[in-house]
Ligand binder design. Structure first.
Ligand code: SF4
Length: 377
């Protein structure tokens, strides 16, 4: 597997918690960006992609035809036989979600629709600065289905200020009622430099405490599990056969190529990230030169540590034999102290063949995965 990621960084409005590379939509800027992106796509290194992910930002701020042209160009360059999976991230704002838009996406081979809905409780959507309503979400999904979509994913945020287990359950149950094939749940992170960071500095008590956040996560595991979703990665739940192949490649430490401002790539052990400055990106691409950014070669124990961290995020965990073959590292032997410590803490299931997070371990996954990276480093 190998994935192609394309970053489309414009949004109809800016949410106060977001620290992605994104800008409020200005048509002239977006047009210039698309040209720069096409330029980068044309001169990017040869790469065979099995999946495509159009992320943002809000990709559906672009006209459906612009997206179709971009996907055709990406396919021609990186996947002449088509992508095994092609995802687009979507804002459920109904002005951006006409049925014809979905039909255009489907015609060009986009077959997975990932809606950033965040919550289905109106007060929480207001807190998050989102302008859609729960009924907009239902209508956007209905339009996608009517156009022929068979793979819909909904992104949710928990630990929203003011959220309770009861209000989170309302969101979870309403999301399940929309019958998506896939649901992602992300705990709110207060990112430096965002309006939420200033709010948090002023009034930390407005934010959800850690023990409540654990209760919210537990509610998601129980509710989505009971509804038939497989919890296949810390933040991701899918109907059988509907895991996200593009993201599965990230967790398998596979190669991916990222195009666009702020986009990250991982190719042959080299991790790189493009500049997050829009002007710098556009100018570099217009001149046909290399996009400025940073890169870092991961080798030896560092590369293995990264792979361990990613694999532990998944339900399958680390396949010890495959790990030894790929990284020349005896997982049990090399990580013995950290495995023993985390196993004693009830965070890891350990067998000779496999090491994976327990249910308890999933609540502290960042700490457990971080311990493997630090140990390797
Ligand atoms: S959360 Fe999504 S829609 Fe909101 S500003 Fe960030 S990228 Fe744009």
């Amino acid at each position: 597997m190998s994935g192609l990621y394309v970053h489309l960084p414009f949004c109809p409005y800016i949410c106060p918690y977001c620290d992605f590379a994104k800008w409020p939509l200005r048509r002239s800027q977006a047009k210039r960006y698309l040209a720069a992106l096409s330029g980068e796509l044309a001169v990017a290194p040869p790469f065979a992609a099995s999946t495509l992910f159009l992320g943002g930002g809000t990709p559906n701020t672009f006209a459906a035809q612009e997206i179709a042209d971009l996907v055709r160009a990406a396919r021609q360059r990186f996947a002449p036989n088509g992508f095994a999976e092609a995802t687009i991230e979507l804002n459920p704002d109904l002005d951006l979600c006409s049925q014809e838009t979905f039909a255009t996406y489907l015609r060009v081979g986009i077959d997975r629709f990932s809606f950033g809905i965040q919550s289905l409780v109106p007060e929480e959507l207001t807190t998050l600065g989102r302008r859609h309503s729960p009924s907009d979400v239902a209508e956007a999904v209905r339009r996608a289905r009517s156009a022929g979509a068979t793979n819909v994913s909904l992104d949710l945020i928990f630990a929203v200020p003011g959220q309770t287990v009861a209000s989170w359950m309302r969101t979870l149950e309403a999301a399940v009622a929309l019958e998506p094939e896939h649901i992602s749940t992300y705990g709110l992170t207060v990112e430096d430099g965002t309006p939420f960071a200033s709010w948090h500095a002023r009034a930390p008590g407005d934010f959800v405490p850690n023990d409540t956040e654990a209760d919210l996560y537990e509610a998601a595991l129980d509710t989505l599990g009971a509804a038939g979703y497989e919890h296949y990665e810390i933040s991701n739940f899918a109907r059988p056969g509907k895991r996200c192949a593009h993201n599965a490649n990230y967790w398998a430490n596979g190669d991916y190529l990222g195009l666009g401002v702020g986009a990250a790539s991982y190719l042959g052990g080299v991790r790189s990230v493009h500049t997050r400055d829009l002007e710098t990106y556009c100018v570099a691409s217009e001149r046909g030169g290399e996009i400025p950014g940073e890169d870092e070669r991961l080798a030896g124990a560092e590369r293995a540590g990264e792979a361990a961290m990613l694999a532990l995020r998944t339900a399958e965990g680390v396949d010890v034999a495959a790990f030894a073959e790929r990284y020349r590292v005896d997982f049990h032997e090399f990580y013995r102290p950290v495995i023993e410590e985390m196993h004693a803490a009830g965070a890891l299931d350990v067998t000779p063949e496999r090491v994976s997070l327990t249910r308890r371990g999933r609540f502290v996954a960042n700490d457990v995965c971080g311990a493997f990276v630090t140990f390797a480093g």
